[in-house]
Design a binder for this molecule. Structure first.
Ligand code: BGC
Length: 251
């Protein structure tokens, strides 16, 4: 089933038409900068532009950088605070005149990595960590997702992990990959202590630079880069929409 998959991030809103069963992209990706401030109405308008770009009328799956409970955003670490309590699914559906489902962005990326990427056929405890403006996590037990985990907000000492080791922090503080890798190792060690994972998958832009920092890791768990590159969020959001709306379209 063809679905428009969308990844709403702190700096860009990216979308592509996805075959939600095979995970293949059926179109080029299109990216529109995230409006600033990223208020609900401004983001909804941008999503409408993306939908119009694809002349899309079918279902839309959106990954969103917050915890999302039954379509309602519950947190707003890196987006406008007015999102808290907003029914994002209802807002986006009204703005685009398409059926929209909204889920946490890391959960979306995790679902795609488990189905088609580095987590394929992996049982036990798997944690996907997306490294971007913030740090997002998706936790799986024998392939089953525990939704809305917010392990990017774990405290390392008295510092929130994503304020210490996100991609944004690396760029802002101009950290070398080695320095950032040491910071990220501290974070992985904390996750390992708390969850004894069988596998940790590093996603987001940092997945492409894995070789530059992997030597800094001192953890017993297996750690690998995500395979979906920057597409996992888009593909996973589309898979969610397939799950929500079912395969009853003729597209
Ligand atoms: C948010 C998460 C999100 C992550 C990645 C964090 O700041 O709290 O919900 O998954 O950023 O975007």
């Amino acid at each position: 089933m063809r679905i428009l998959g969308v990844d709403i991030g702190g700096t860009g809103i990216k979308g592509a038409i996805v075959d939600s069963i095979s995970g293949e992209l059926l179109s080029e990706r299109h990216r529109i900068p995230t409006p600033q401030p990223a208020t609900p109405n401004a983001v909804a308008d941008t999503l409408k532009q993306l939908v119009d770009h694809f002349e899309w009328r079918g279902p839309v799956g959106c990954g969103f950088p917050a915890t999302v409970h039954h379509g309602v955003a519950q947190t707003a670490a890196n987006i406008d605070k007015s999102w808290i309590g907003t029914n994002a699914a209802a807002l986006f559906s009204a703005a685009t005149a398409c059926n929209c489902v909204v889920v946490n962005d890391a959960d979306a990326a995790g679902v795609a990595e488990m189905a088609f990427g580095a987590g394929q056929d992996r049982s036990g405890v798997v944690i996907l960590i997306t490294v971007g403006t913030g740090i997002g996590t998706a936790v799986f037990v024998n392939g089953e997702l525990l939704p809305n985990t917010e392990l990017g907000h774990l405290l390392l000492g008295d510092t929130v992990a994503e304020h210490y080791a996100s991609a944004r922090v690396r760029e802002q503080q101009d950290l070398s990959w080695k320095k950032w890798g040491k910071r990220f190792n501290t974070y992985l060690q904390r996750l390992e202590f708390l969850f004894s994972p069988d596998l940790m998958i590093i996603g987001g832009g940092a997945s492409k630079k894995f070789d530059k920092y992997v030597e800094q890791f001192e953890v017993k768990s297996e750690v690998v880069p995500a395979q979906g590159l920057n597409q996992a969020g888009i593909v996973g959001a589309a898979m969610y929409a397939l799950h929500e709306f079912g395969d009853d379209s003729n597209s």
